[in-house]
Design a protein around this ligand. Structure first.
Ligand code: GDP
Length: 444
């Protein structure tokens, strides 16, 4: 996950000051020296670091901290607030034109993830806002870019407008917008031409498209892994085109995070979305406050809850609760649960969103073995219907068959059966306790 080094260092630093009953200027100075180093090491622009350290230091030795009863905590609060401001304060939204279609122009250098992000964003707009976007293939220079967008369109069951690579991007944009009007698309996402470097020809062409399409948003897609380069690219695109937002991709990699922390303050353009993988749903709105929370080890409970809400079916959850209460939970239910949790994303990433998770020994370098989970799924899928509902009938012979059918081993099957039995016992105990408490009028 991105920011790992930065998060570790910042958390160690603030840990030292957290419990202090008294904080003096020397403590703040000491802490800020470490914060400064941590930020520089994470490849944050040096001017940004200087400004940040100055702001936090001023506030940390000011009244709000020194006169509080918990100065250690207050300093951390200041760090978090300033980190949030640095990344852009309030979360910014996508424009909606009152004269549809809303036009979004996607720009960026080759390889940044522009085409992929165009698909992801259209998918998000359709899913979250219930809109009907049209994808436009105007990247006529990168070989295969048009084909790639068409493939994404197919995958998403979303129309893609293309005129091949012999027509100018300006003409493509023009006809695409007309097509969107004719077909009642309320969003148009133009995947414009990328280049290997920022150059005049590219900017000239993008300016022409901008003039013609009069876009409501111009999103620059930059690769977080490129660090300071991403910041420089953002600066030049912004000077030439006037960006309305940045999409920072590949934050699922182990980027040090400098770009995320510098872009807003160097270019004065907000990061609006972050890319977290190659799949079409690996995109999230960027919430500076949540990101600051994550970096400082305070967790990101809100994102976790949103993920759960998007992936867990409420009716099913109710039914499950009932089953747990009556201890009539089967292996089918178990499989269902496993599927819902997996839909939320990789388990180790989810765990990291929990406050304090990074402080639990062992969790830090925890590699949740996804393979093991697939084994559990395979074992359950190899059971017969009857076995899933009445696991007590699974004798030695059946265990062997299940192990063979699932490509696992008998000890693995045994382990799962034992775990399942323990879980059911626990459910029974819990519902027993609830029953008793109810009689006493304890639980509601
Ligand atoms: P373009 O030249 O800017 O249009 O770049 P592409 O959309 O073709 O993306 C370049 C490569 O980056 C592809 O292999 C994408 O799958 C990959 N990519 C794009 N966004 C992300 C992301 O957020 N995370 C990861 N890991 N890979 C990404």
């Amino acid at each position: 996950m991105a920011f790992e080094g930065l998060a570790d260092r910042l958390q160690n630093t603030i840990q030292k000051i957290r419990g202090k009953g008294k904080v003096n200027e020397a403590d703040v100075k000491e802490m800020m020296r470490e914060v400064r180093l941590a930020l520089l090491e994470a490849d944050v622009n040096f001017k940004v670091v200087k400004e940040f350290v100055k702001k936090v230091s001023e506030r940390a030795v000011g009244q709000e901290v020194m006169q509080s009863l918990t100065p250690g905590q207050q300093v951390i609060k200041v760090v978090k607030e300033e980190l949030t401001t640095l990344m852009g304060g309030e979360q910014s939204k996508i424009a909606v034109s009152n004269r549809p279609p809303t036009v979004i122009m996607m720009v960026g250098l080759q390889g940044a993830g522009k085409t992929t992000t165009t698909g992801k964003l259209a998918n998000l707009i359709r899913k979250k806002y219930n809109r009907n976007p049209l994808l436009v293939a105007a990247d006529i220079y990168r070989p295969a870019a048009i084909k790639q967008l068409e493939t994404l369109g197919k995958q998403l069951s979303m129309p893609v407008f293309s005129l091949g690579d012999q027509v100018s991007p300006v003409e493509i944009a023009k006809q695409a917008i007309q097509k969107a009007k004719d077909d009642h698309h309320d969003y148009v996402l133009i995947d414009t031409a990328g280049r290997l470097h920022v150059d005049e020809a590219l900017m000239g062409e993008l300016k022409d498209i901008k003039e013609l399409a009069n876009p409501d948003e111009i999103f620059l897609v930059v690769d977080a892994m490129t660090g300071q380069d991403a910041v420089n690219v953002a600066s030049s695109f912004n000077e030439q085109l006037g960006l309305t937002g940045v999409v920072l991709t590949k934050l699922d990699g182990d980027t040090r995070g400098g770009a995320a922390l510098s872009i807003r303050s160097v270019t004065n353009t907000p990061i609006k979305f972050i890319g977290l993988g190659e799949k079409m749903d690996a995109i999230e709105p960027f919430h500076p406050e949540r990101m600051a929370s994550r970096i400082l080890g305070m967790g990101d409970v809100l994102t976790l809850i949103e993920k759960a809400q998007a992936n867990v079916d409420e009716a099913k959850a109710k039914e499950l609760e009932q089953k747990m209460r009556t201890a009539s939970f089967t292996f089918d239910d178990f499989l269902d649960q496993l599927g819902q949790v997996r839909n939320m994303g990789p388990l180790d990433e989810l765990l990291k969103m929990m406050p304090g998770a990074n402080k639990i020994k062992g969790l830090n370098n925890l590699q949740i073995d996804e393979k093991q989970i697939s084994h559990v799924e395979a074992i359950i899928q190899s059971m017969t219907k009857e076995e899933k509902t009445h696991p007590e009938i699974i004798n030695a012979g059946r265990r062997k068959r299940i192990a063979k059918g699932s490509g696992t081993s008998v000890p693995e099957v045994n382990r799962l059966l034992k775990q399942f039995e323990d879980m059911k016992k626990m459910m029974k105990q819990m519902s027993g306790m609830q029953g008793k408490a109810k009689k006493k009028g304890g639980f509601k």
